[in-house]
Ligand binder design. Structure first.
Ligand SMILES: O=C(O)CCCC[C@@H]1SC[C@@H]2NC(=O)N[C@@H]21
Length: 249
């Protein structure tokens, strides 16, 4: 088992509205990065304003930090978090089979959604006041597929797919340790090695996918992720770089 990374704080709460909200509340007073974990959230949220189901036994955690640099660079930490989640899953199950990363922010296991990441930030004139990286992992239970939007990736749990019973506290230690390692790599070498590692683990690379926003739909071959973290699709009209969308297989 890994040890808790030096320099990172930890707050564990029994119940909170959302660990993202709690992170924003403590941000003005924190002196270094802090992980906030809650055993239960009463108002958990997912990407694009969706609700996030959060039964006890699943991981609900947010890392709050004050990154240097421009907001678009800070946002690349969604890839840092995805790599850390991937490694934490291997650390607790002892296997990598079936694990892939789905652009922009999901971890898949056997093709189903195991974990999601939601980044939020507060601005400052010269950069980011604070960044919150909210992470939910279906350790024990996946939400009912009927509660999800049509076309959403089927949700799975670590328990149902691997038989591994992993406590949120144990998972968080592996996640925090892995994040700290990738964060050091990101701070030292920039996005290039993070991007390469992410692409090595990418779901559906080289295959046809569809990227949807509220106003558009783009179908094409998933060529790569560019140096800004954009999805690059090769379409009938040429190459398209997409900064934000939901991806459908
Ligand atoms: O839509 C997604 O895939 C992202 C889900 C993020 C859920 C986590 S659970 C911990 C943190 N608190 C929240 O309210 N949301 C994130």
């Amino acid at each position: 088992m890994s040890s808790w990374p030096a320099g990172y704080g930890l707050h564990v709460l029994d119940e909170v509205d959302s660990t993202l909200n709690e992170a924003a509340r403590i941000a003005p007073t924190m002196t270094g990065p802090v992980w906030i974990m809650a055993r239960h959230q009463t108002a958990a949220r997912g990407r694009r304003g969706r609700a996030w189901a959060n039964p006890r036994g699943n991981l609900a955690a947010t890392l709050v930090m004050r990154p240097d640099g421009a907001p678009e660079v800070a946002a690349l930490r969604s890839f840092v978090a995805a790599l850390a989640l991937y490694d934490a899953c291997i650390a607790v199950t002892g296997r990598a089979d079936g694990l892939t990363l789905k652009w922009p922010n999901d971890v898949l296991l056997n093709g189903g959604k195991l974990a999601g990441i939601l980044l939020e930030s507060a601005g400052r004139a010269d950069g980011v006041a604070h960044l919150t990286i909210g992470i939910g992992v279906n350790l024990a239970q996946a939400p009912e597929a009927s509660t999800l939007e049509p076309g959403a990736v089927r949700p799975v749990s670590l328990l149902s797919e691997t038989g591994a019973q992993v406590a949120p506290d144990d998972f968080l230690i592996e996640l925090a340790a892995a994040f700290a390692g990738y964060e050091t790599q990101f701070a030292t070498y920039g996005f290039a090695p993070i991007r390469r590692a992410w692409l090595d683990r990418a779901a559906r690379l080289g295959q046809p996918i569809v990227a949807r926003t509220a106003t558009s739909e783009t179908a094409g071959t998933f060529e790569t992720v560019d140096e800004r973290g954009n999805l690059v699709l090769l379409t009938a009209k040429g190459r398209v770089n997409i900064p934000a969308a939901d991806v459908y297989f």
